[in-house]
Design a protein around this ligand. Structure first.
Ligand code: UD1
Length: 402
């Protein structure tokens, strides 16, 4: 019988979906790959999940674990407990996890738990890698692994801020992974510094940019509908959801006050993440009262992928604490202010579209950028070319189809 690779793709939270989409589509091109999609249910609201399945042409999940919201440790352990029986039943060769959310680490932990309970060592062939991809070190053919292998997409990013749950998720996931697919050179350096075997590290580019490249035209068609509703005006686009910005009432109030100040100059559009909406309510910040006194600051529901992409493309400036948006604005050459003291994506700063900003400097820095216009013809990082999923699947097939 012809050999097949059985793959379990794990997603759970909104930013996973634009990363897994191109991989699922690419895997479908090969008859020797059989795949299922597991959704953990970390994000469960329609506007945090379902709309992205529609916008990104994702198949319905084969399995929905329905874990819902819970404190981090509990959420992770619920996912692990519910995923292990799925893996034991399906017996995949490979589990693919993406990004840095709790579902990412939980997917890797469940896979690792399964292989620890299996005694059969398997040998993986890493001798036959793609020529164009810059592999820095020789491959150790004596490496032994156990199935399922774990592939981590977007490995190696580090903020060096252990107070962020995402940083712990990244480090722990990378320790468990057999295939570490990286998006920027700093990630390769970080992994090597942490003692990860260089033969496991593959610089392949950014799979989220694959989605952007694929859907930008569609987003710009959608944009015409949005523009007709909004009118033709300059605007600032805001997203905030990190615990460090939204969970502390005093800080959140200062940020909202800064947005109110900026809304004197131009329209401010703020799709509000559920975490942020809850924090606003808990902090006594009334969306209704602010909207009444400052109609130029528009709080809206979280948006679908296409609407958000179109809005981002035409914005004067993006203010965010998201990881992915720092990268999307870099590709689109749009100025971005990141409301954090650090970023795990330093290439976005080096290229010049992205700047870290403190809340005290927010209004002044935003005004300077708005007056100064777009950053000009900045570069796009190497291999952010819309073909990352192709490279990943080629590497996996060469390694696993023996
Ligand atoms: C998660 C990720 C973060 C990612 C973000 C994108 C972790 C640690 N964090 O943060 O890296 O950038 O998703 O959105 O995995 N909630 C809803 N409806 C939903 C989902 C969540 O109301 O569909 C509420 C929950 O009640 C929860 C809060 O939002 O209390 C936070 O959700 P959670 O998934 O824990 O983390 P995010 O802040 O969304």
């Amino acid at each position: 019988m012809d050999k097949k690779i059985k793959v379990v793709n794990v997603v759970g939270a909104r930013p996973n979906l634009m990363k897994i989409g191109p991989l699922i589509a690419e895997m479908k091109n090969f008859g020797d790959i059989e795949q299922i999609l597991v959704h953990t249910g970390q994000h469960y609201d329609d506007n945090m999940s379902k709309v992205f399945f529609e916008d990104l042409d994702l198949p319905d999940p084969d399995i929905y674990l329905g874990v819902g919201s819970a404190p981090r440790d509990e959420q992770i352990s619920r996912i692990v407990d519910r995923l292990i029986p799925v893996l034991s039943d399906y017996q995949p060769d490979l589990v693919v996890v993406v990004g840095d959310v709790n579902s990412t680490l939980a997917g890797a932990l469940a896979a690792d738990r399964c292989r620890k309970s299996c005694n059969q060592p398997h040998q993986i062939d890493k001798t036959d890698q793609i020529d164009e991809i810059d592999q820095t070190d020789q491959i150790d053919q004596s490496d032994h692994f156990r199935k399922p292998y774990i592939a981590h997409i977007e490995a190696g990013l580090r903020s060096f801020d252990l107070s962020m749950p995402e940083e712990i998720n990244r480090i722990e996931t990378d320790r468990l992974a057999d295939f570490l697919f990286t998006t920027e050179p700093s990630a390769n350096d970080n992994l090597k510094r942490e003692g990860i075997d260089p033969a496991k590290i593959y610089y392949v580019g950014n799979v989220m940019i694959d989605s952007l490249v694929r859907y930008l035209d569609r987003a710009l068609i959608n944009w015409k509908v949005l523009q007709a509703q909004m009118g033709d005006c300059d605007y600032l686009l805001v997203t905030l959801h990190r615990p460090c910005n939204v969970d502390e009432p005093c800080r959140l109030k200062i940020i909202i006050s800064a947005l109110t100040e900026l809304a004197r100059d131009l329209l401010v559009i703020f799709p509000v993440h559920p975490r942020t909406r809850k924090s606003m309510i808990n902090s006594g910040i009334s969306v209704e009262a602010i909207s009444h006194s400052c109609p130029n600051l528009r709080f809206v529901e979280p948006m679908g992928y296409l609407d958000f992409l179109g809005l981002m493309y035409h914005s004067k400036l993006v203010l965010t604490d998201s990881g992915g948006i720092q990268e999307e604005t870099t590709y689109l050459k749009i100025p971005c202010l990141t409301l954090r003291p650090n970023t795990e994506r330093p290439i976005t700063i080096e290229i010049g579209t992205n700047r870290l900003v403190d809340i005290d400097q927010l209004v002044e820095t935003a005004r300077t950028i708005i007056d100064g216009g777009r950053p000009g013809d900045t570069q796009i990082p190497p291999l952010w070319d819309g073909r990352t999923a192709e490279r990943i699947v080629e590497i996996l097939r060469k390694a696993l189809l023996r």
